[in-house]
Each structure stands twice: as C-alpha cells, then as structure tokens.
Design a protein around this ligand. Structure first.
Ligand code: GLU
Length: 452
C-alpha cells in the first residue's frame, strides 16, 4: 500500500487499563497509534481506562506514562481519565433507558419496569434483532457479525458503575476518535460497541485490530513464561530505540526490507493496512540483534552513561570500591562493540574489577590445560613482565615474542589466565590500567592452578 496520506483530522488513542506494567503488546498498540498520528499529522491521545476502582492508583497509572515517555511515544493532549467521566456515562445510560434502548433488570436478569436508573439494579442494552454489523478492519479486511448472535448485555452495574463497553463507546465518541487501533483480543467487542454508538447516534471509528503476539512456542505471550513488560526489557538493557524499531516490525516489514532504521523513516513507511493479521512471533533474538546494532551506534559517552548504572548495580560480582569509572570509559568503545544488551556489560567488565577471576572451565581446559607448552608461556611472560616498560605495545609484544620463541600460539593461554575466559575485548590496553602487579598476580595464580 502507498504511504499514509496526511490528514490532520485523524484522532487516535491509546486506551490502557492500568495493570501496573506496560505489556509489550500494549506498547505495540501505542506505537501503532502514534505512528499513524505522526504520519497523518493527526492527534495521538491517551485515555486511561481506570473505571475498575481497585486498580485505580496513581503509581499504577504513572507506570504507563513513564514507559511511554521512555519509548519516545509523546502524546498530544492531556490524558483523559475514564474514572472522571462517571456522570457522563450515567447520563448516556439514563438516556438509553428513557427511550427504551435499555432496560432495568433484577438479580435474576428479569426486566423491571421503569425508565430511570434504579439503585441496586443493573441496566441491560436491548440488542436490536437481525442487524448486520459489518466493518472494514484496517488489518483484517471485512469483518461481519449479526446482532442475532448477541444477547442483551449489561451496560450499567447494580453497584452504580458503567460497564467497560459502555464507557469505551461513549469516550471514543466524545473524544472524536476517528480510528480505534488496538489488540485483536478486542475484536469481538466491536459488534456491541457499534450497537451502542448507533443507539447514541454517533459515528463509528475505523477499526484496526493488531495480531496477537506469540512466544517461541507459538502460544500467546504469558507473564509466567515470557518477559512481557517494557520495564523488564529496559532492566535487561534494551534501549528505547531498539524497542520501538522492533515493535514496529511485528507483523510488518518495510517495502525495501531494511528493517533497522530511524523512527522517522518508519513513520514515513509504516501503513497499518500492510500489517499481517497472522499472530506475530515476539522474537527476543531478533530484538537482541537490533539492540546490539543500536548500542554499537551510540556515541561512546552516551554508551558509558547508559551502561554505568549496570556497573553500579548491587548484584555486580566485585567489591563496591573496585569499580573504576576511568577504566570503564577507556575500554567502553570495545565493550560497546560486544555487548548485545546493557546488562551484559558487567560480565564483560568483571575481570577488570574482581580480585581473582573465576575461570570459565571450558576456556581453561581448551586454552590452558590442552594448550601447547603453556607452563613455559606463562613462566616466560611472568619473567619478562617484571621490569618491562608498562605500555600496551610492549606488553603485547612480549606475549608474541614468548610464543615465537616456543613456536606456539601464546595469546589464548595468557588471555584465559588473566581474564578467566577466551573471549572479550582486546587485552593489552586495559592491562595498562589494570597494572603490572595485578596482571602478574593473575598469571602466577593461573600458573599455580595448572600445577595442582
Ligand atoms: N482498555 C482496553 C485494554 O486495555 C483497551 C480498549 C480499547 O483500546 O478500545 O484492553
């Protein structure tokens, strides 16, 4: 489909029910609405569907604002709180009662005479018979229901509060929402909401129902087995740009197949009508790959800023006073090339901060136990390190010279002895800062371990 045409009359909304966290599926819904508003030049607004009193707490609601801000999904107007619209919802129910579109019921769902809201009684909407309810869904194409499939349904609870569907319909109408873009789980609410809007004499928004997100097992993402909240991904060291880029790719791909790109380009290329209606696999590996790309692209100073909190976390495997910001800043450009998420940074830095490295047993076996002439390599390097000039060039050359003399490869055993593993950043620059004494101590320790 061609790109979205400008249309400043567009009004889309993200309408979360506060649950205490922002689900990745909800974030994808918010993003899709935002993309549409930014592409058309319309408005993106928020409506907090907080009619469920028990969950109506400020901190639970603040989570949503915070996560949207983090993702960069800015909204255009003051958010609407559904809880503040009770009177309006009540008025609509009263009007429906007054003109016979709804009726009062008792506890057994039997109709009770009366045309006004009655305390302690629910109100049901009278579903008109034989009505075709068809609409063109932006994602799914034509969707058809018939009102004969529906029973009369409750719009007002006996405790005096509006039901979700009533509030949802009234608020979309009052907020002038032109497009309701949201998760597929809400598709089956369209027939009832359409009937309510008809009863109110209000136009229906255009609907777009985004496909379900599934995990590796092709089952719906679940809080129990998957990471599902944006906060989780943030804590795991994914950056916002990677997150929004990846969320846009769920069920959609740009025509030129360039998937990793700035959000401005996605705004220009994304069209909800191109979103596939099949369930979308939430692929953490792909997200990780995209995150790696964005981390590599950061200015080194920005990377340092983002990664530092992870190095100051209380769970890091080194003594608190061992952290050395200068050392990190020095090696950060190398770490940045390797860390796929910010939470991998402590593991990559740990050998520089711990007193004694923990040997990765596989690396130890392969690089040291099974290596050729390792005792001689270590002894040779230890001897030469005692009084050489302590710069990266010299200490690297010494390792190569010792290897050449022995006619073996010397880099791997030295690396494993010093860092505990066989992977990581270039070794010799950080050793300058680590210092002669500590470097030699590590080589000596590995040498001794080899003898035992
Ligand atoms: N509050 C609903 C939810 O969080 C969304 C309603 C809508 O988008 O129409 O599932």
């Amino acid at each position: 489909m061609p790109p979205v045409q400008p249309n400043p009359d567009v009004r889309v909304r993200f309408a979360p029910s506060p649950t205490g966290f922002l689900h990745v599926g909800s974030a994808r819904t918010a993003l899709t609405n935002w993309l549409y508003a930014r592409a058309t030049g319309g408005k993106f607004v928020l409506r907090i569907e907080d009619t469920d009193q028990s969950r109506n707490q400020q901190d639970v609601i603040d989570v949503i604002f915070r996560e949207l801000e983090w993702l960069g999904l800015d909204w255009d107007e003051e958010p609407v709180f559904q809880s503040s619209r009770r009177e309006r919802h009540r008025d609509v129910v009263a009007a429906m009662l007054a003109n016979g579109q709804a009726y009062i019921v008792d506890d057994e769902k039997n109709e009770v005479a009366g045309s006004e809201i009655l305390d302690g009684h629910a109100v049901r909407f009278r579903v008109p018979k034989g009505q075709d309810i068809s609409f063109d869904d932006e994602v799914r194409g034509t969707v058809s229901f018939n009102s004969d499939e529906l029973e009369d349904f409750v719009i007002w609870r006996s405790n005096g509060s509006a039901m979700f569907l009533l509030a949802n319909a009234v608020d979309d109408a009052d907020m002038g929402i032109t497009h309701a873009i949201r998760g597929e789980d809400l598709l089956n609410t369209v027939p009832k909401v359409s009937l309510l809007l008809d009863a109110m004499g209000e136009p229906k928004p255009t609907y777009g129902h985004l496909p379900l997100l599934v995990g590796e097992d092709r089952k719906k993402l679940s809080k129990r087995k998957d990471s599902v909240s944006i906060a989780d991904f943030r804590a795991r060291g994914f950056v916002a740009k990677a997150m929004t880029n990846y969320l846009a790719l769920l069920g959609w791909g740009p025509p030129d197949e360039v998937e990793i790109r700035p959000i401005e380009e996605i705004v220009a290329l994304f069209n909800i009508t191109d979103v596939n209606s099949a369930p979308a696999f939430f692929d953490v590996k792909k997200l990780t790959h995209i995150n790696h790309h964005y981390l590599q692209e950061l200015e080194p100073a920005a990377f340092v800023d983002l990664a530092t909190p992870y190095l100051l976390d209380e769970d890091v495997p080194w003594a608190a006073d061992a952290y050395n910001a200068e050392l990190f800043a020095e090696v950060a450009p190398e770490i940045q090339q390797r860390a796929k998420t910010l939470s991998e940074v402590p593991a990559l830095m740990q050998w520089m901060y711990v007193d004694e490295v923990t040997f990765d047993e596989k690396a130890w076996k392969k690089g040291i136990e099974k290596g050729k002439r390792v005792p001689e390599i270590l002894d040779g390097v230890i001897a030469k390190y005692q009084d050489c000039s302590w710069d990266a060039e010299t200490i690297g050359q010494i390792v190569r010279d010792v290897g050449d003399e022995l006619e073996v490869r010397s880099q791997v055993p030295v690396r494993v002895a010093i860092t505990g593993t066989n992977a990581g950043i270039p070794l010799f620059e950080p050793l300058v800062t680590l210092g002669r004494e500590r470097t030699i101590a590590r080589l000596v320790r590995a040498r001794a371990r080899l003898d035992t």
